[in-house]
Design a protein around this ligand. Structure first.
Ligand code: KG4
Ligand code: ZN
Length: 342
């Protein structure tokens, strides 16, 4: 089974070809970060227009790299949601049109399922069942993943996603967009223990999370220091450190509870924030004590990419997924609405 995958839900145009026997045959990614940076965040209309410009040239490039003509493909997968409506429509329209023209099945993929499956692209792939922590810019979810499409919700953020909180804290300190990696970098030189931030919703049972209060606490700390303009480089690093430690500790505590509640021996962590080094170190250390293996995507597959969509599409096609002709996308689409396959 060989599938062309297209990702265009937000600010990255990703294309890849995955073969269930040979693995990943080719991939390309164009990031729009530079274009959105001057606005301090993603501008949806600019994102859609840029996907239009990039997508077909990237498809040509990847097909040539993978030495794959349409006759060697078994399907075209594309992200159908959740994400920005216009951006999704570009990938869906192009994916559907290519599939139609090449007489192949088109496979709509849920973006978060793409993230969830990304660690399986690694040599040491996690088998079902496992607990999944999905931490991206738009979602923070804990799931009991029992099989392909069979995802039972355990907990989620009741307000901001973890990545969103990283991005907003970065904005408060004038670090620019996207903020996660910049906050993480700054936190490395932060003084441990200078500030102590709360670990939200950890003082009572439950697997839901909240990151909005932590964000406000960060803003108050910055204001107590005299406001963003008054911060020294060291202040900024210390605030970043305190924020990152609080966000990471909160995620680790919730993962520990989810593992206990599910009884699973495997934890999968994926989505943009899974690239965070402190999160990986803390989770590895904590889970090791419990005999639990933690699986992450390779660093290039933590954030949005086409490979995870091609992979998810190939698994779905293999499991007998079918979809009708209309081009439809779902900007809002709860992952747990998927049904078990295979
Ligand atoms: O999965 P992703 O590429 O897009 C969504 O599906 O939302 O995740 C992007 C998010 C952004 O919020 C970004 O700031 C965050 O992941 N991120 C990080 C790191 N790298 C990316 N957050 C913390 N530490 C990082 N190293
Ligand atoms: Zn994503």
């Amino acid at each position: 089974m060989r599938v062309l995958g297209i990702e265009s839900s937000c600010d990255e145009t990703g294309v890849a070809i995955y073969d269930t026997r040979a693995g990943l045959l080719g991939q390309a990614l164009f990031s729009q970060i530079a274009m959105h940076a001057e606005y301090g965040g993603v501008v949806p209309e600019l994102a859609s227009r840029d996907h239009v410009r990039r997508l077909l040239p990237l498809v040509r490039q990847v097909m040539s790299e993978a030495d794959t003509g349409p006759e060697k493909l078994d399907g075209v997968a594309y992200t159908a949601g959740p994400g920005l409506a216009g951006a999704l429509l570009v990938g869906a329209g192009v994916g559907r049109a290519l599939a139609y023209g090449w007489n192949l099945p088109a496979v709509p993929v849920h973006h978060m399922e793409g993230h969830l499956l990304a660690p399986q692209l690694e040599a040491d792939a996690p088998a079902f069942p496992f607990v999944a922590l999905l931490v991206s810019g738009g979602h923070t979810l804990l799931l009991d993943a029992r099989g392909l499409g069979d995802y039972v919700p355990l907990g989620e953020s009741v307000d901001d996603a973890a990545g969103e909180a990283f991005d907003k804290v970065a904005k408060m300190m004038g670090l620019g967009y996207p903020g996660g990696p910049r906050v993480a970098k700054l936190a490395e030189t932060g003084t441990p223990g200078r500030f102590r931030f709360p670990r939200p919703m950890t003082d009572r049972p439950g697997l839901d999370m909240s990151f909005s209060g932590l964000k406000t606490f960060t803003l108050n700390t910055i204001n107590d220091l005299g406001g963003p303009a008054a911060l020294s480089d060291q202040d900024r690093a210390d605030v970043a450190r305190a924020f990152e430690e609080a966000a990471v500790d909160t995620l680790v505590i919730k993962c520990r509870r989810a593992i206990q509640a599910s009884g699973h021996q495997r934890l999968v962590v994926a989505g943009g924030v899974s690239a965070n080094r402190r999160l990986r170190e803390k989770l590895d250390a904590d889970m090791k004590k419990r005999g639990v293996r933690v699986y992450y995507p390779g660093l290039q597959y933590c954030t949005d990419n086409g490979a995870m969509i091609a992979y998810a599409g190939a698994l779905r096609l293999q499991a007998g997924e079918h979809s009708d002709l209309p081009i439809s996308v779902r900007p809002r689409w709860p992952l747990v609405e998927l049904e078990a396959l295979g």
